[in-house]
Design a protein around this ligand. Structure first.
Ligand code: UD1
Ligand code: CA
Length: 475
């Protein structure tokens, strides 16, 4: 077994993306392109990983700080060959196999990289002048934009020609360079300085090392990949969307094969890394994002968005609901059209109905808020009933205050609880009450103007029409 290290190229400007954001920070199914590449590399357990950064490097460093990779700055983007040369500065003295990957080929899988490694190792043991590098090529029906792999009449690779440098005949070649390589470190250290910029783009082209190796009599081996999606590079936003579609389908396929029903995979958006338990059902228009974990037997209806949240088993999230940074228990019902802003912790069997907004609410088992409420900064016990339109007034324009509602409390419709305030166990808040002071356990609190009835008042005011009905206004 050889030693392995990796260099990932991520310094390019990404001109064709037309973006202020570094190309490798653009997201594919909720994770950055660079994150996907690093993820695929993880299983190969290389000794060290060097990421060559340049354009937008501060953002890239920040995003991947603490991920264990080393960063090297490529101050001027003089081409992929120059970028690798910069990367090698951080690997001085390294001996073994060196993966060179592109930060803009995000669909690459660890199993393909393992295949590349196996093929490389098989060649290394052989005599002769050894294997300089093994790389991944692919046959594309539309090879435009990629470097073409040139072979001799015995079908041996002799080099790669960039699209912009192709002769008409080379332009017809369908075999392309994927930009994914495994180099022998000795070969790379010795020859990287030999690259020249005599080409259409005036850049140091890394793939020129292939013809250089061949000229030295060293072997260059290609792993020709058949899943052409996997090796797609992203240079513009059209390709970004194509790659995203492939990634989405890959994620959904895995979920479906693990026992999740996805009603319409073409209209379902599950981020990379989201977990969904078996026998859950996902309807169209659903977005599951970030670190979300969905339990078993959960039904997620149409047009629901769930971000960085945990949803317990057998919960139902009804149409149009948004859940952010919240923890939801088992057998809960949310929505339709509920909005759970960050910081909620709902126990099992809670019911949150339509047009209810929650923020930083802790709610005990079996409690309900069925209709049109705003509950914020509230600690609510078990079996509490929050009536339609009840509101916690948690904000005085400057500070936020907490409302505490103990077990088994009944809050009547259209009540306001002006925080800070506490309602004791079993207490009963009459409809339309504005609660301004703490309510003791077991008490009834009513605070509203008593009803007055003035008989015959309408007729006395001359508001009746000839037919005995009340006159319509404005006539
Ligand atoms: C490159 C290959 C091409 C291959 C294609 C596969 C070269 C010259 N060409 O072309 O043969 O078919 O990838 O997708 O290598 N980068 C730097 N510093 C630089 C230039 C680029 O770090 O100075 C990085 C980019 O950020 C990117 C990667 O290298 O992640 C590839 O660069 P890009 O300009 O996209 O190369 P392609 O034209 O796609
Ligand atoms: Ca590219």
């Amino acid at each position: 077994m050889e030693n392995y290290a990796a260099i990932i190229l991520a310094a390019g400007k990404g001109t064709r993306m037309k973006s202020d954001l570094s190309k490798v920070l653009h997201e594919v199914a909720g994770a950055t392109m660079l994150g996907h590449v690093l993820g695929a590399l993880k299983e190969l357990k290389v000794k060290s990983t060097v990421v060559v950064v340049g354009h937008g490097s501060a953002d890239v460093r920040k995003k991947f700080a603490g991920s264990g990779v080393k960063f090297v700055e490529q101050k001027e983007q003089l081409g992929t060959g120059h970028a690798v040369k910069c990367g090698l500065d951080a690997l001085k003295g390294f001996k073994g196999g060196l993966f060179v990957l592109s930060g803009d080929v995000p669909l690459i899988t660890s199993s393909t990289l393992k295949g590349l490694k196996r093929l490389h190792e098989r060649g290394v043991g052989r005599g002769g002048k050894g294997v300089a590098l093994t790389f991944i090529s692919a046959i594309l029906s539309d090879p435009s934009g990629y470097g073409r792999v040139v072979r001799d009449d015995r079908n041996r690779v002799t080099g790669v020609v960039e699209q912009k440098d192709c002769t008409a005949a080379e332009g017809l070649i369908k075999e392309i360079n994927t930009g994914l390589y495994l180099f022998d470190s000795d070969f790379l250290f010795k020859n990287i300085k030999k690259l020249k910029t005599e080409n259409a783009q005036g850049e140091y082209y890394l793939p020129d090392l292939l013809s250089l190796a061949v000229a030295k009599g060293m072997a260059v081996r290609a792993l020709t990949h058949t899943d052409t999606h996997e090796v797609m590079g992203v240079n513009n936003r059209v390709e970004l969307s194509m790659v995203s579609a492939v990634m989405r389908m890959r994620i959904l396929k895995e979920l479906m094969l693990s026992g999740v029903t996805v009603i319409d995979p073409g209209a379902t958006y599950v981020d990379f890394g989201v977990k969904v338990g078996k026998d859950s059902v996902i309807y169209p228009g659903v977005h599951l994002k970030g670190s979300t974990v969905i339990g078993r037997g959960v039904v997620i209806e149409e047009c629901v968005k769930i971000v960085d949240s945990r949803i317990g088993d057998n919960t139902r999230v009804k149409s149009g609901t948004v859940v952010e940074e919240s923890r939801i228990g088992k057998g809960v019902s949310l929505g339709p059209s509920a909005h759970l802003r960050p910081g909620n912790v709902l126990a099992d069997e809670v019911r949150i109905g339509n047009f209810v907004e929650l923020k930083k609410v802790k709610m005990g088992r079996g409690s309900k808020a069925g209709h049109l409420s705003y509950l914020g900064d509230a600690i609510i016990g078990r079996d509490v009933n929050i009536g339609a339109g009840a509101i916690t007034c948690n904000y005085d324009g400057k500070n936020k205050f907490v409302t505490t509602i103990s077990d088994n409390v009944f809050v009547g419709s259209d009540s306001q609880l002006i925080a800070p305030v506490k309602v004791g166990r079993n207490a009963y808040v009459g409809s339309g009450t504005t609660v301004t002071k703490d309510v003791p356990a077991g008490a009834l609190v009513v605070a509203r103007v008593e009803q007055k009835v003035k008989k015959g008042w309408v007729a006395k005011r001359g508001l009746l029409a000839g037919n005995g009905k009340r006159k319509k206004r404005g006539r």
